[in-house]
Design a binder for this molecule. Sequence first.
Ligand code: BGC
Length: 558
Amino acid sequence: MRERPTRSDVTLKDLESPDWWRQAVVYQVYPRSFADSNGDGIGDLPGITSRVPYLRELGIDAVWLSPFYPSELADGGYDVADYRDVDPRLGTLDDFDTMAAALHDAGIKLIVDIVPNHTSDQHEWFQAALAAGPGSPERARYHFVEGKGPDGDQPPNDWQSHFGGGVWERVVEADGTPGQWYLHFFAREQPDLNWDNPEVRADFEKTLRFWSDRGVDGFRIDVAHYLTKDLREPFAPFSEVGLGENVEAHGHPFSDRDEVHDVYRAWRKVFDEYTPPRIAVAEAWVHRSRVARYASPEGLGQSFNFDLLLAEFDASEFRDVIQDSLELAAESGSSSTWVLSNHDVVRHATRYGLPAGSGRHAKDWVRSGGSPDDVDTERGDRRARAATLVLLALPGSTYLYQGEELGLHEVGDIPGDARQDPTYFRTGGAEFGRDGCRVPLPWTKDGPSFGFGSNGAHLPQPTWFGDYSAAAEEAAPCSMLSFYRAALALRETLQTDESLTWIEHPSPDVLAFERPNGWRSITNFGAVPVDMPDGEVLLASAPVDGSTLPGETTVWMR
Ligand code: BGC
């Protein structure tokens, strides 16, 4: 294996190019769980700034920051009380500027999360809506309607929310009487905005300019397919509309309606006011035939593709997903995105270590108590490394989730009284939710909160966390961290244009493809070794002896 080039040896991608995002490696920071600078148990912006050297050494191109805005934390910050400020527990706007400058100085772009479907119920607009009463312009920024039944005490329909329970919540009017109902597709603390209201549209454009003026390079758009809604009666029953994912045609009452693209066309004009233009990536759970609209150059420009995250560790599943995703991206002229983990799913090292066939059903494992004893961590780590090399060899942008570079596993067994995810509470504990991938990062082998902060951590860290700490892995040449650094640095030297050619292999377990200049990625997804292909091994996800490619292993060759 070759000596790993350091980031300063390699030609840095031209981050001033308007196309910088097309093949970027983007690292997701979940700010409350990244690094805590003031010992209050909650990660913060100065904490992120202090870790910029780590991010630079890792070799990423951009950071995507999950919400850091003032929030009651009913949904981990996705309940935003003020879109143009920083949660005081996380810092100040000055801290934000310092962090952005430190990232930019390190050659790292900054993408922030925008949550346009709903505000927090603590947002001044919602508070004003409650105070102003039925029929007011304040209520018209949300979806307030009368209830059913003689006393209006029945919800307007039977639609169910993402976190469990119905989508309607009844308010108490200023005079103390039970009143109207408002719509919330997520927690009750997250009232949905009315995107037919011009004030709502204007305010978000103001927000996009606010952060763009502060030097933000792009935006991740939360539930981008949900904004516009047709709430005219009669309402279709929940059994027909469901949560509105994967709908093939226009006409669903609240998901993926064609009008949503008017919003994004207007946003594109805002993005294009800047040099280079600000970028955006849509989180849109829509049917494949409708993805290109979100990723079009007149719209948001790029869309998340979660299919690899949902795929089993299997050569033909990976190939189908990759082929399909490349074709989809080509339809809109965008580049594909690749994701194995994020703040909403069970970490992939764990998914890959669950008994065969259960990766997709990792939630069942969490539901059953999430015992670490059920996870074959060695296998999970091995597969995670192999899959990571596949992703990093693909054309397009790869999104990494904080901690995956340490090989972190899901913390499946967080006790009920320490859980925070609204899913847990809204389902009466039937669903355990997403806290297990949001446990604060371990930076040191021991010490209070494993170096996350000088005190505790807002979610309990298990005793095994120290072994996965950055400090423990820093020194180990074979650690996951060293592996990610090597892979990212090498990718930087190899990634050129976006072409990919499949290489056929006699074994159905082998997935192989070639990129420009003879760069090949070859993965044996099976358990049985196959012959090592000819060529120079540039990097391998597991030790190789030169004659065979072991099972569950990827090699990059030339
Ligand atoms: C985010 C979740 C969040 C939800 C509601 C999702 O797309 O990724 O974390 O709970 O939107 O904002």
